[in-house]
Design a protein around this ligand. Structure first.
Ligand SMILES: Cc1ncc(COP(=O)(O)O)c(C=O)c1O
Length: 401
């Protein structure tokens, strides 16, 4: 793969406010005036560039953020949504019609899993869940009415690595769309550059990095984004999951520090992963050389951002996981909370929280232990001290000596 540098692509953007402001002016109007009636008609029909109609359709501030997301992904266009689920569900409903079929990774975020399993049947859209790392299983799940392969670059919460180039090849051969949720690995992996058709994000996580809002994004070809925002037929235009432009302004500024934050998240995660490994506790982190996803991750990742901030450890039982999380929170390691990509470390027991939508049998089938603790490692300046606090907690619980 040709080397791609998403951070420089963002840095090179020249986006100014109306007075030469170094940050684009915040445009928080819901509607826009036209000097001529015909210009309004042309804007409605999509033949007039540079004009805005109504903020559920497009808003100048949202456009700046969408352009920055497109630059980061190397796509022609982007669109920003009020949540990650707003992005994911809009893309699915844009691509699939009633009677269609989706092949999805079985290890996806619990909300996505619930939408695929419980909600899409309303529209007679069927889903086959597969082990996305088993390409033969993916191929044999494809049917004549399949429209999409859906996966996460690094799956939630088991941190399996999707072989995006091979999945893209399978998609192209079968005339399907490959949709990739890259929430865990912005900049680290560029799915569109690897052949995916559509990239989706929960910007709530690393991209914004502050846990002060919920937001999402879609990056794809101009044709796809224009179809999504088409006034007559576009799923985003008609379902209305638009992002508040005040939020766009904040997220855009945070995006410009993402590369630096990612390096710190990654190096702290690597440090903790190695320490956990030394204790003999089962740990999943694609940065570890003997991790099942290490080689694949090395093949698909962009250089210099590290292997990401997510690690998962297996404490075998839900009770032990609960006691460890409470102990770590008490000692100041971080917070017992769902979500990720925050400047502080967050940890949760996936089976009973973010993956609780996944039925127990499916959790067992996919290897999700009831004692799995997922960490989103923070930006700690002294990660050795953080490890000492974790070690004290685990010793107190007699998990380690
Ligand atoms: C991988 C992944 N995708 C999507 C989502 C949904 O995003 P949001 O909460 O912004 O709707 C989440 C939320 O936890 C997630 O972890």
């Amino acid at each position: 793969m040709a080397k791609f540098d998403p951070a420089t692509a963002i840095q090179d953007l020249k986006q100014f406010g109306e007075y030469g402001d170094v940050n684009p002016s915040i445009t928080d109007s819901s509607t826009f005036t036209f000097l001529g009636a015909q210009t309004m008609v042309d804007t409605f029909e999509g033949t007039q560039e540079g004009c805005f109609l109504y903020s559920r359709h497009w808003n100048p501030m949202n456009r700046y953020l969408a352009d920055a997301i497109a630059a980061m992904e190397g796509t022609e266009m982007g669109w920003v949504t009020g949540s990650g689920m707003g992005a994911i569900t809009s893309v699915m409903l844009e691509i699939c019609n009633s009677g269609d079929h989706i092949v999805s990774s079985r290890t996806v975020y619990g909300g996505t899993f619930a939408f695929l399993k419980n909600y899409l049947p309303k529209f007679k859209i069927e889903v086959t869940f597969v082990d996305i790392t088993n390409l033969e299983e993916v191929k044999s799940a494809i049917r004549p009415n399949t429209k999409m392969i859906y996966t996460e670059t690094v799956t939630n919460p088991l941190l399996d690595i999707s072989d995006i180039p091979s999945l893209a090849k399978i998609s192209k051969e079968n005339n399907l769309k490959l949709v990739v949720d890259n929430t865990f690995t912005p900049m680290i992996v560029s799915p569109y550059k690897l052949g995916a058709d559509v990239v989706v994000y929960s910007m709530t996580k690393f991209i914004n990095g502050k846990n002060d809002c919920v937001a999402g994004a879609i990056a794809a070809s101009a044709d796809f984004i224009n179809a999504l925002s088409n006034v007559n037929t576009g799923t985003c235009m008609l379902l209305g999951p638009v992002l508040d432009p005040l939020r766009s302004a904040n997220i855009l500024k945070n995006l410009h520090t993402l590369h630096i934050r990612l390096r710190q998240h990654s190096s702290n995660a690597m440090f903790l992963a190695k320490k956990f490994k030394e204790t003999g506790i089962r740990i999943v982190y694609p940065g570890l050389e003997d991790d099942k996803g290490h080689q694949k991750m090395k093949e698909i990742m962009n250089p210099s951002f590290g292997f990401g901030g997510m690690i998962a450890i297996d404490l075998k039982t839900k009770d032990l996981a609960a006691a460890a999380m409470e102990g770590m929170q008490k000692r100041g390691v971080g917070y017992l909370a769902v979500s990720l990509g925050y400047f502080k470390t967050l940890f949760s027991n996936s089976g009973s929280s973010t993956s609780s939508e996944v039925p127990l049998e499916s959790q067992i089938e996919m290897g999700l232990s009831s004692g799995l603790v997922r960490f989103s490692v923070g930006l700690d300046n002294d990660i050795e001290r953080t490890w000492q606090l974790i070690e004290e907690t685990l010793k107190e619980l007699k998990v380690i000596k």
